[in-house]
Design a protein around this ligand. Sequence first.
Ligand code: DGJ
Length: 365
Amino acid sequence: MRFSLSILARWLTITLCSGAAAQGGSFTPGAVWLDTDGHPINAHGGGLLQYEGVYYWYGEFKTGRTYLPDCNKSWGGTRVDTTGVACYASTNLADWKNDGIVLAATPQDPTGDLAPSQVLERPKVVYNAATKQFVMWMHIDSPSYGAARCGVATSDRPTGPFHYRGSFRPNAETWPVNATAADQQAAPTNYLARDFHTGQMARDMTVFVDDDAHAYLFYASEENPVMHVSLLTDDYLRPASQYARIFIGRSMEDPAVFKHGGKYYLIGSGCTAWAPNAARSAVADHPLGPWTELGNPCTGPDATNTFHAQSTFVLPRPGHPDEFIFMADRWQQWHLPDSRYLWLPLEFNSDGRPIVRWQEHWSQE
Ligand code: DGJ
């Protein structure tokens, strides 16, 4: 009986919401959002790219059984087998056409980075105008999340297929720009020595492209308590050997970075696996920092757990010059494919802090 009721509830939700992510231009955070074929949009931990008047939404395509590998039992790290990265296209942020899997898992290569058993999370795509390449960065990991690597893929079209170029840990044998003399003296016993020859761990990540075309990779590192931000090479394919340790000891993940009024802003969360926690915001005069925390940007019911969600991206809000759209995932730990999306307007307070107000419905016009 419980089973059929839940199927009925799901059918009702889809039927009542059918047609588009935003019904009549009104977004309902946390509802099932449908693509233009009437199927639930499947692009988790995602990011958007605007290119030639079209928005492309890239994210983890999650399907199949959610399971808890033995190696993750202590912290509840459920997962589904990796399928690949999905891409959807839209001109109005409401109607999303499914462009399919643009980077596919490789069941035929069960030991490779893209094997279904491996982790592929938080893909972000940026466009390099100089090389005319679309560059995808993503978190690649072993099932236990112990590998903690960056993966890179490229395509000459936004809709792929993307060519996977491999994974690595960034910044081997490179001191961070903000390493203190004490840090360097403490080697070989400190954090740097541990990862100095193999590179720095990299988990939740995002890429931010500045107005001057410099790109920066932000990633949770050093087992997660420290975030790193790394300048990328001009082709956006490798770290450029200039990086900084930021939010030291703050265990921040899922970074979303944007620029407003000449300053850089970051929204992220604490590290509590799939469970939501309070979002955090921060500001800096340069992507490499120093960064100053500004507190939880969310306000309204359940603001202390980011409205049951976790940030993934922040997009400039079309038609609203000083506003952005805060994008987050409402994870379903035990049924990951049914995780939902939560987009909300982001404004700035009179004191210059970003603020995200809860709204049941809102219109993007
Ligand atoms: C939180 C991260 O933000 C997600 O991308 C994912 O890695 C989960 N942890 C896994 O528990």
